[in-house]
Design a protein around this ligand. Structure first.
Ligand code: 13P
Length: 478
């Protein structure tokens, strides 16, 4: 079921035309009047400093790693890979992430959770110091999570405004330079309602104003969930309505856009939609939607990954930046798409895989940093092939050539097997039996459907200029 625009006052379309009251603004960026952030009347930071932080968050080729999972969310992630969720395992995991060598090359900031901002490395160095030494800005999630919106079954509103001023002041003392508040918008039968959008955007704007008062850059995050069967056009309409409402609310609350960062979801079909979109379609729709609803004055926009695969999240960001230049830098603030590969590796052996897990984090940071510049390239898949006396390594594209057609068929089949879950286990076993992934010992398997050809399946390609393991197939035609 898709959301409908038919009833402008009942549906999300009402948020397209919010009624804005004119508020005489106490200060403007242009005149410099009141260019200071105050906490209980005491100046703590100039507007220029807020602007500088916001700009540093989206510096060219850099983005943000979100490691601000609440204790219940990180428990779900840990459960999935068989790690017990305790204060110590959470601390150890975040230490692994934050001490990744050279992380600051592509990461400008990290969003922490309340527990994490108070934690230290095993040797006693506060995480915030580790980060600042590495040139990474500490950020903090300050919302208290979504709660059911009374009167609107299935919809939620994010809570956490009560006591926020005091909490922000404490976070500022602990070293936080920016904060995050996530609103959740669900697409469903009659959702989202205009009421849900407005309630969430009002809270986002109230939060943002409090952040700036405390000298903290607000990251405002209205996430349109990917759950559902809706198509890309519905996602576009909901995203546009939400962003227009959000910037209306920010204006009403006197939030200074120059010291604000938008964390947006991409315009993308629902996970259950039969018609998925190409990277270029997602990029084009997202950029068009942002251009129609986000003021050019904003210092930058970062994206959440929202359940996309690592590669999708990178490819979409890259495609957007290849369509640039845009009015704002477009970068990333990924949680799962930055961490999931590293978490999987770390969970298998926390000590032994510590350095490899960090390499995976660094690799994801590098790839997303390149995507933020529009310079990312999908890692080429190479195949090793021998056809009669010919032997060589071929990129997947080369297999389109007629000469390699029979070889290509074999590759396709082998590749499908590799991708399939059952076969993944099988290839995994072969790799295990080989012991040394780089030894290139052969494993013979008969393939009746290709006659006398024999396939040899290897894993990993030491001769390729990519860091991740991939399938390599050698073919012999007799
Ligand atoms: P994901 O990238 O996993 O969606 O998380 C980003 C985030 O911080 C959501 O609030």
């Amino acid at each position: 079921m898709q959301a409908s625009l038919a009833q402008p006052n009942a549906g999300f379309a009402s948020a397209l035309a919010p009624e804005l009251d004119y508020n005489p603004r106490p200060r403007t960026a242009a005149t410099g009047v009141g260019r200071e952030a105050k906490v209980f009347g005491v100046q703590v930071m100039s507007i220029e400093q807020l602007e500088n932080i916001a700009q540093a968050m989206v510096a060219p080729g850099k983005g943000i790693i979100a490691i601000d999972e609440s204790n219940s969310t990180i428990k779900k992630r840990f459960d999935a890979v068989g790690i017990e969720c305790t204060e110590e395992t959470r601390r150890a995991y975040r230490e692994m992430l934050l001490t990744t060598p050279s992380l600051g090359e592509h990461i400008s900031g990290a969003i922490l959770y309340d527990e994490t901002i108070r934690q230290s490395t095993k040797s006693g160095v506060p995480f915030t110091k580790v980060m600042l030494d590495a040139g990474i800005l500490p950020g903090i999630k300050v919302d208290k999570g979504p709660q059911p919106l009374a009167g609107f079954p299935g919809e939620v509103v994010t809570e956490g405004l009560d006591g926020l001023r005091e909490r922000l002041n404490e976070y500022a003392r602990l070293g936080a330079k920016f904060a995050k508040w996530r609103a959740v918008i669900t697409i469903g039968d009659d959702a989202p309602s205009g009421t849900c959008i407005e309630a969430n955007c009002h809270a986002l704007a109230r939060y943002a104003a409090l952040c700036q008062e405390a000298g903290i850059v607000p990251m405002v995050e209205p996430e349109i969930l990917m759950d559902g069967e809706h198509d890309i056009d519905v996602c576009y309409d909901v995203t546009e309505a939400t962003l227009r409402s959000l910037f209306g609310s920010l204006y009403e609350q006197n939030v200074l856009l120059e010291g604000t960062i938008l964390k947006a979801s991409m315009v993308i079909p629902g996970k259950g939609c039969a018609e998925q979109a190409s990277a270029d379609e997602v990029a084009e729709a997202t950029v068009r939607c942002l251009k129609t609803s986000v003021p050019a004055l904003l210092p930058g926009i970062v994206f959440l990954s929202g359940g996309q695969s690592d590669e999708q999240a990178t490819a979409h960001l890259n495609a957007m930046n290849q369509m640039g230049p845009h009015p704002w830098p477009l970068s990333f603030s990924y949680g799962r798409a930055m961490q999931s590969a590293a978490l999987k590796l770390w969970s298998k052996d926390m000590q032994k895989n510590f350095a490899d897990a960090q390499k995976t984090v660094a690799q994801r940071a590098r790839e997303n940093g390149l995507a933020a510049l529009g310079q990312w390239k999908k890692a080429p898949v190479f195949f090793a092939a021998r056809v009669g006396r010919l032997r060589g390594f071929f990129q997947a594209d080369a297999l389109e050539h007629a000469l390699f057609k029979p070889v290509a068929q074999v590759f396709d089949q082998a590749f499908d097997r590799h991708e399939g879950d059952q076969q993944r286990a099988r290839v995994g076993k072969i790799a295990h039996r080989k012991q040394d992934r780089h030894s290139r010992k052969r494993v013979h398997r008969n393939q009746p459907h290709i006659g006398r050809e024999q396939q040899h399946i290897f894993q990993s390609t030491p001769h390729c200029n990519v860091d991740r393991p991939m399938l390599e197939v050698a073919i012999e035609l007799h």
